[in-house]
Design a binder for this molecule. Sequence first.
Ligand code: BGC
Length: 742
Amino acid sequence: MINMRRIWFVLIAMFTSLGVLAQSSKHDEIAQKVDSVMNRMTLEEKIGQLNQLTGDGEVTGPVTLNQDYQQQIRQGMVGSMLNVNGAEYTRKIQKIAVEESRLGIPLIFGYDVIHGYKTIFPVPLGESSSWDLEAIEKASRIAAREATAAGQHWTFAPMMDISRDARWGRVMEGAGEDPYYGSKVARARIRGFQGEDFSKANTMLACAKHYVGYGAARGGRDYNTVDMSMRRLHETFLPPFKAAIDEGVATFMSSFNELNGVPVTGSKELVQDLLKDQWGFDGFIVSDWGSIQEMIPHGVAADKYEAGDLAMNAGIDMDMEGHVYIEELKNLLNDGRISEAQINEAVRRILTKKFELGLFEDPYKYCDPEREEQELLSEENRAFARKSAQKSMVLLKNEGVLPLSKDLGNIALVGPLVQADEEYIGTWSARGEGRHVVNVMEGFRNKLGDQASLTYAKGASFTGQSKEGFDEALQKARQADAVVAVVGESAMMSGEALSRMNIGLPGLQQELVLELAKLDKPLVVVLMNGRPLAIPEVDEKAPAILEAWLPGTEGGNAVADIIFGDYNPSGKLTASFPYDVGQVPVQYEHKNTGRPKVEGQRYTSQYIDGPNKPLYPFGYGLSYTSFEYSRPVLNKQQINFDETLRVQVDVKNTGERAGEEVVQMYVRDLVGSVTRPVKELKGFEKIALEPGQTKTVTFKLRADDLAFYTRDMEYKAEPGEFKVFTGSSSEDVQSASFKLRR
Ligand code: BGC
């Protein structure tokens, strides 16, 4: 027996080292190939590799020169294109690079494949509410399969900016407010896009963006300045980026914002020193669109020359549609402001990825019209988009209204989102099209056939103050057995450059819902939106609320699945929904203060006109069944720094339906050298339970999990007393205590 075990160990060790050897020899081989290409390159051609231009697709910033990019490709002045789409078209453009430029170096095509390419999944904030990492990974896998068939090598995703400000339009693109959960989601998305092997024709490079702090834009206004402590930066905003490196992410994108006075795109400290030198990131870093030259209006560079100087010395390898590197690097080199070694280093990083993708062997392998035809919007992909949408939806309230019976005779569907196909796919929807969307009206029809009579009234618009549509909507609602109001934000109300200062239901939609609520009919409010909304009045008056987000191509089917009980909702919020925009930023992870709120006591930390807590907290979401939690049971009351604490909790399905529950674990360090949050998420597990079934969930905690940036900015755990909480949301928890000792 012992001998067998020994043999296994030896064999495993052998295979592991063979694997490592194979990897390092592949690495060496690519390094040699890169050298041999670089030996033949002129300085101009090298600088060309650092230049990324936009094609004819979505343009998200100023196009600085209205130049002929094809001519520049021919001249070897372009290393990468973004916004060039489709198997045929990318082939055509690639052909120019490969056949008409002097060295024939293939281009790398990048695109914002954020929540699907043609088959669109829920917006990322919605998708993150599934707490289902496998499903999240799979959606990215499908997006990569579609995008690569259509010629793309590289997605500018995932966005991993933590944000605690619902005003910011780009909360829709991330995974919410929490760094622990955000890191897990970032890794799942990277795994999905990149797969195991870049050289496969259906995997693509991912991009960790936007490095860093972009989600903390002052006032929630996009592109605005960011000012935060280094402790906050390291504890909350950097972890997903570090996790991305651990997951092997291929590229990074530097953000638009300044951080504590220095635009990140020009920050040697954050890019070169931390990301490349300290963390050892060996892929390449692209600027955000024009973010190099935006250092001029930021006010740290007088002109493009100085902006290029800052960016190159910060370690930015590729200039996205800024034309700074192509215009200025040679001058900077001649003046000794930058070195040739720096240029070579950037070129090397980019060419390495081109080799890893296999582009030198077959520059056209991603441009495959046949695969494109089969892959895009395939039945399988659509089926998964439906699953993904189901999993993302969060039941916010249900006073016995849901699920609706399929036998209802007459259902009124009211609201501007009932059949607004274009809105369902949100912004950043790549090549997704409204005409492929199944809207809620169609979803209901698919579910009920001719069995029920479905009436429709728009009722209200996203903007304006007109009540013109109210009468028709109320009349149809009066005649119905149940009313479903589909309200929220249009696609163009969340995403880049789409910040809002008012985060309620836009237009007169809230008034419409409140009027409908007065009719005393079974009323279900279905919300579609790309950010947390402040909707306390709707919460007070509507008996049932389902958060459906901007749910993507199969959104209407998924809504119908939940409303009629074919899918039991299992999503939980990953961003707190405030009562009012005045509470922002509001998140579960906050400090206690020296005067924590005491009800009725004036001189404690609170508002005089509303609660401190959000309307719906992080981790919150209901089900059609109910779950009962035991208290957390610990295997020890004390652990040493090298021991593991086991935290066990029993969860029982006490209702009548099978259901899924996201079991959550939080900790609090009671006394530290610096103040610590009242709760921090440290574990979660999504479990499925049959009616009456109980499962025991076991979490593990080690000293490493309790580490933070101490008074001396050292990352470590401190001995002392801790609380551990388990439960169904960040607020609905039970606790136990333990000690960490030396
Ligand atoms: C956005 C990036 C995006 C880029 C390319 C920029 O405006 O901030 O997230 O990847 O455009 O489209």
